[in-house]
Design a protein around this ligand. Structure first.
Ligand code: PNS
Length: 169
């Protein structure tokens, strides 16, 4: 392991799920530090949680990890953000074949923009491969139970959010 190595784990994290958490913990076996980087998408953002709320949830989840996991947000190109953070690697999770095309395109584009920045793909754990933020939100909005699929603080936030919107039964 390179000393003080930094991997960037970018995404929407709306909200963070146990699939993301598993990936971060496994990344820490290889890299010293992980930055969970929440992309800000001005104009085309239909997110459930604000960036500040998402950052707070991520920070709560990893607060026991001695500062090895940081949460941050960024605007603009990921490759430029990675360069500012002196990160050499982007981490992305792969769940199923359906993820592959989108991930492959992004990795190739990022490689074209910054050839020295690598993308490492990790397979999601076998108990998490079907979890996605999108499905979790849909299930909670329809009154379903997602405990065990998201961290407990996120579960609580999801319930509050949908209660406020009056969409949960
Ligand atoms: O969790 P997501 O929504 O699949 O993450 C997508 C994300 C945030 C990694 C991607 O949209 C991104 O990198 N956005 C930043 C803007 C950028 O660099 N776009 C070009 C990507 S090739």
């Amino acid at each position: 392991m390179a000393k003080d190595s930094v991997a960037i784990y970018p995404g929407s994290f709306d909200p963070i799920t146990n699939g993301h958490v598993d990936l971060v913990k496994r990344t820490l076996r290889v890299f010293d530090n992980v930055i969970v980087a929440i992309a800000i998408n001005p104009g085309k953002d239909g997110s459930l949680f604000t960036v500040a709320e998402r950052l707070q949830m991520v920070r709560e989840v990893f607060k026991g990890l001695k500062g090895r996991v940081r949460a941050d947000s960024f605007e603009g190109l990921l490759v430029n953000y990675a360069a500012r953070k002196r990160a050499t690697v982007i981490i992305r999770g792969l769940r199923a074949v359906s993820d592959f095309e989108y991930e492959f395109q992004m990795a190739m584009m990022n490689h074209r923009l910054k050839p020295k920045l690598e993308t490492f793909f990790m397979m999601t754990g076998e108990s998490e491969f079907y979890i996605s933020s999108r499905l979790v939100k849909e299930v909670v909005s329809l009154g379903g139970d997602v405990s065990g699929l998201v961290p407990v603080n996120v579960l609580e936030k999801l319930r509050q959010q949908f209660k406020r919107r009056g969409t949960q039964t």
